[in-house]
Design a protein. Structure first.
Length: 554
């Protein structure tokens, strides 16, 4: 039996939230009609919850995921773009736009023309603040170029409450939208749930922070391993005497990093979200309200331990249970709510374990294959001084020094493309001009050529002069013995494909196996609440939520 050791965190936070806030009277009311808009939208993103993980564990779910499986299930949702990272992915979910139009082309990008010493710009940073860096920044929504669903709802009816709660600032901002349209926005900063400067701290945030920090101050014993996780519970050597795969989330008192990469973290996030619903009485006002929730622990577990060990299995079993607790609490409010759950991107396991799973091509990127190494080779060949090529890794977006003359720039571009295209770990390398001139994304996303996937992420305001795609199963972390062992961010479907699940009481459940996109979520929710989608018109389309019994789309 699984010991869900951190569930008292949710229970205590909720009990505190309920002081002076009695439940709505419960009656055996009939299920709401699909023609009647729900009173509350609950949009949940599970960071790094790939469609592969969903398929692997769906038969074992008994809690919140099991409830969602009785609704409308789209197992092949796509974060269709190439930049499969947290910030771009979250920017698609409630805007309906691909990153090319949201402006969020990566978690971070280079601006070599910036007057700041730090030329790397974080997606949710206000780099105009003196002294700002991409690691020590002031959170900002300024790089998000389009409105979210909550913003559209608030514009149409100021009585709407728009709330965002997340384990990461970038997911809270990209799902919630611009701060002047948010009633509440709170994210974990490593020590507390915080918000923009000057905002009043609600009582539920103060209580949750106190409970969470008391929890972190205590040691955490091992989580018990569910029966269906035992086959995954074995140590996999990854070098330097380090192993992954057999961890059970033991934690020393005060260890915040291990708290974040454990089921406890999602419980804290869900506790705060549930408390917000209860304290604010969301869904009981004159308009439909919306709360988006960024559950972040799955991502940290995937980065820290990989996706196929006991750690991920225990994490998803606990998240399933905690989501069930959240939905039970929402049920007790008597509010008619509509849930959508998806992910910002997928993820891939450590190559050391993948090779055991009949994936001989799973390798780590050559440690000599760095942007600096390529830059040095290009500069030597062209007899140019200094660094001419910039980027945070050996793949993705790369930028050429803007101080070069046009002939020098063109020569660097040509030589760099030649080097990348000849590398045995590279699937493709494109110039920004090639991407800009390529056809717009169209057709089923699984059929898109690589350049079309790059096009969906390409924005000339921020994107690189070169975009490099590694071959499938090439892990862009050369050394797993220090820091993260696995990551995402590739062009491939294990990073692009995510589940999209809708649930509402009384919904006629059905499953659509064909591919859809996360940009389809916003227009689908808008149709459910009868909100006309005006300009700017999204990239996504409305999905029918009744299984074909009569269209729910306009």
């Amino acid at each position: 039996m699984n010991r869900l050791t951190s569930l008292p965190l949710i229970a205590l936070a909720l009990s505190l939230a309920l002081v002076g806030a009695p439940l709505a009277a419960q009656t055996a009311a009939p299920a709401p009609s699909p023609e009647t808009p729900p009173k509350l939208i609950v949009a949940i993103s599970v960071d790094q919850f790939s469609a592969d993980l969903f398929a692997e564990y769906r038969n074992h779910f008994t809690g919140g995921f099991a409830r969602l499986l009785t609704g409308d299930v789209f197992p092949s949702g796509y974060q269709s773009h190439a930049a499969t990272e947290t910030c771009p992915g979250h920017s698609t979910i409630l805007t309906g736009f691909r990153p090319a139009r949201t402006g969020i082309i990566a978690n971070s990008w280079y601006n070599l023309k910036s007057p700041l010493a730090d030329k790397v710009i974080y997606c949710a940073e206000d780099e105009t603040i003196p002294g700002s860096t991409h690691e020590a920044y002031t959170v900002s929504d300024q790089h998000l170029l389009v409105p979210t669903l909550g913003e559209r709802m608030k514009t149409a009816n100021p009585a709407v409450r728009n709330v965002s709660v997340s384990g990461k600032d970038r997911s809270a901002v990209m799902m919630g939208g611009h701060k002047d349209t948010l009633d509440e926005i709170w994210w974990w900063d490593g020590k507390n749930f915080v918000s923009y400067a000057g905002r009043k701290t609600p009582a539920i945030v103060t209580r949750t922070n106190a409970i969470v920090n008391a929890r972190i101050a205590e040691a955490q014993g091992a989580f018990e391993v569910p029966d269906f996780c035992t086959s995954r519970d074995r140590a996999i050597p990854i070098g330097g005497g380090k192993t992954v795969g057999s961890g059970h989330f033991e934690r020393d008192a005060g260890n915040r990093a291990k708290f974040r990469a454990s089921p406890e973290f999602d419980n804290a996030i869900l506790a705060l979200a549930a408390g917000m619903v209860r304290d604010m009485k969301l869904g009981t006002g004159p308009a439909t309200d919306i709360i988006d929730i960024g559950a972040a622990a799955t991502d940290y577990v995937g980065h820290t331990y990989g996706t196929e060990g006991a750690e991920m299995c225990i994490q998803l079993a606990n998240l399933d249970h905690s989501l069930g607790e959240l939905f039970d609490q929402l049920d007790q409010t008597g509010v008619d709510y509509l849930v959508v759950l998806t992910a910002d991107h997928g993820g891939h396991d450590v190559p050391e374990r993948n090779r055991e799973h009949a994936a001989p091509t799973a390798v780590r990127i050559d440690p000599a294959f760095t942007t600096k190494a390529v830059s040095d080779a290009v500069a030597a060949k062209l007899k140019l001084p200094g660094q001419v090529l910039f980027g945070e890794s050996g793949s993705g977006d790369l930028w050429i020094d803007p101080k070069l003359t046009k002939p020098q720039h063109d020569a660097v571009l040509a030589e760099a493309l030649k080097i990348y295209r000849a590398n045995p770990q590279v699937a493709a390398a494109f110039s920004g001009a090639e991407i800009a001139a390529s056809p717009a994304p169209a057709g089923p996303p699984e059929t898109w050529p690589l350049i079309m996937r790059a096009k969906a992420s390409y924005n000339p305001l921020h994107s690189g002069d070169i975009v490099v795609a590694l071959k499938p199963r090439v892990m862009p972390i050369p050394d797993p013995t220090h820091g993260y062992v696995a990551t995402h961010g590739s062009f491939w479907d294990y990073d692009r494909r995510v589940p999209i699940l809708f649930w509402r009481k009384g919904m006629t459940g059905f499953e659509q196996p064909l591919s859809v996109e996360t940009v389809d979520i916003m227009p689908t929710l808008a149709a459910a609440i009868h909100l006309p989608v005006t300009a700017p018109l999204p990239d996504g389309r409305c999905l029918d939520l009744d299984g074909g019994a009569g269209s729910t789309c306009p």
